[in-house]
Ligand binder design. Sequence first.
Ligand code: 475
Length: 830
Amino acid sequence: SFGPASTPTHPLATAPVGMPSHSVDGFVREFLHELNTNQGVTLSRSSVNDQYLALASTVKNYLMARWLETGRKTREAKAKTIGYLSAEYLLGRQLGNALLATDLNEVASKGLELCGLDLATLRAQEVEPGLGNGGLGRLAACFIDSLATMDVPCIGYGIRYEYGIFRQTFVDGRQVEQPDTWLALGSPWEFPHPEASVQVNFGGHTEKATGADGKERTRWVPAWNVLGVPYNYMVPGYLNGRVNTLRLWSAQATKAFDLQIFNSGDYAQAVRAQTFAENISKVLYPEDSTPQGKELRLQQQYFFVACSLRDFIDNELEEDFDLHNLPERITYQLNDTHPVIAVPELMRLLIDEHDFAWDEAWEVTRHCFNYTCHTLLPEALEVWPTELLGRLLPRHLEIIYQINEEFLDDVREAFPGDEIRARRMSMIAEHPERGVRMAYLATVAASKVNGVAELHSQLLRDKVLPDFSELWPDKFTNVTNGVTPRRFVKLANPRLSDLISDAIGSGWVTDLERLKELEPYADDPEFKEKFREVKAANKTRLTTLLKARDGIELPDGHLLDVMVKRLHEYKRQSLKLLHIVSLYEQVTSGKLSASDLTPRTVVFGAKAAPGYKIAKDTIYLINKVAAKVNAAPELEGRLKVAFPANYNVTLAEELIPAADLSEQISLAGMEASGTGNMKLALNGALTIGTDDGANVEIRRLVGDKHFFLFGMNEPQVAELSAKGYDPGSYYQSNEQLRSALDLILSGHFSDGDQHQFDSVVFNLLNEDRFMALADFQSYIDAQAKVEERYADQEAWTRSAILNVARTGYFSSDRAMRDYLQRIWHTTPMI
Ligand code: 475
């Protein structure tokens, strides 16, 4: 229960908390107060960390009244809430975004200056919460930003990993992972509520018992449990007074859990057991696109989902709320299959704990969930062995079996006699071991299933879930991803933002399609000059940062060619690498004069999953090639390769605004959408890309002339696969490609060791699952077109401006509007 035990009589007790004054003086007073009372230091004795923490508290104080008011208003209006269920939130630094959302930037910067402090220095003190791997986690962060900005009630639910995505370092060019200790210096953005902890059960068995009313019920008798402690984070809308909540769960041992073992007398074992419970939220699994079938991962999934469902029912609904009406108050969005165990969990809650009949429970459940798929790679589709599921969650496995039986009855009714089809569509896979196909369970339970770009949604319907789309054509839809213009334009690129606002006003920040109004400026010489100045200044900013951060020297005046994304074979960093090696080979062998090269710096940013050997070897190879290229006197001032370690949201915010060329070179049909492609285009980079993911839509919007397309399209890929792909034939027939590969094979980049890069090179030559060799020549040709355009700076700038002007569609605000209209069926609260 909530609130005071008796009626408050003090007048302040019922008034909402006040907001500090928006003046410089008001800000300084608040800041110093926080420094003294929170950090317990005077300004003269404070560390940068103290100052940062005090600044964070100060900004929180400005948001607090709005946060409390948002919660009150939402509950009072009984508005429908979006429950975003995601195992990952790749948030990025909070301070800059909070200052932006409260319009406190200038006040803070002046106030701190009067205290002898520098806002940028304090901002740099923040360690970003990296609670995600890549695209999927960052998308979740963009979506909750947009919902808050659009005045839509949303609670983001997830896991408070004690260690987020690992910190990448390079040792002799090889990736070495370090733990991400993001909480070590304090975590000012979170509000723990241990008193609101939720118990989560695991293991044990189920029993059937007949009640006094003669009805048979199932009882789950769990074997062990843990506590979920909620940590709340503010999710401020942009200048609109709304502050939604992100609720991340942290695992702790329960009292009962402890007591049992402490009583057994084995103190050491009891302490170990505590660690066992806490392990559940200890660390983010660093695999992107290839989930690990690990028991702990399933524990994580059930842990946060069980906490989240219980939390909403117990804390956000009225005490007498009739759960038959649950779909009127919440719609859960499943961010990939990671939270799909929520489906049997809601069934279990309704049936076992709220006495619903099966059909009633199913009616509610199927109206509460929607499912977003983020991949097409078969190895990324989660299948949990029934042995594991049954051991960890016996009741849930029973429920899944029953959902499956009833579903297969429907299939047999729709397709009488087609038993093969029924087998194919079963949620239970029989090979290689018995397991639950989580994507099928999600698809059956969801009201809507969506892919994340047009091409991806089409392939999802036609290739991944064809039987399901045949059965329920209307269930399937597309929502093309988007990115938040607040963080990735306004915050990351203030110079471009000011230039845009000077031209068309500032409305674009919340209405990104208004960037269209920039189109005429693509032919305005003065605007073009300023646009170039912005790019140049952003490059200078990046140069300063990389020098300090990595000791990397960026040359002046180069085309900045950027490939930033997770390291994965399907994304084809190896293709980019072959381009670089080929340039190096041609110049050093005298086939090409260095003076004919467009001065270019290639920047890579990429983490590899720690167990993904080829990916890690590719990182090593990139670093080895970079060392040679950067040391070659012939290439001085002409070609440079930079690979700053530990690419993350913070570095993205510096790199993207400086980029000229955006590398989006996945094999067609493999990249579900991509979102870095959108961020780069919005910041005025031109794309060199395949017809894949959202590239398709970017190209359609910016126009063929302003996009460098290359490579096979998806049907061509399918055709080549079907007729049998032979990478060796490209090696044989393409002299330029052969020379590049031969140079790597010769040991030139590995101090004479001819086998150092076998895993990468032999893989390309013999298997090349993602057909890099087949697209090589086309890629090289497209790069020639890039150079030609770049040589004409007026034409290049025009294309860059048109990229900005024509990509307003890729705002996550638009994506959220699409979800609201076509999936969630709800509207903003105003
Ligand atoms: C796609 N992550 C991008 C982006 O929709 C797309 C998988 C398993 C376990 C942990 N993480 C994952 C992903 O699958 C992922 O990030 N997918 C990406 O989602 C947003 O733009 O094309 O690869």
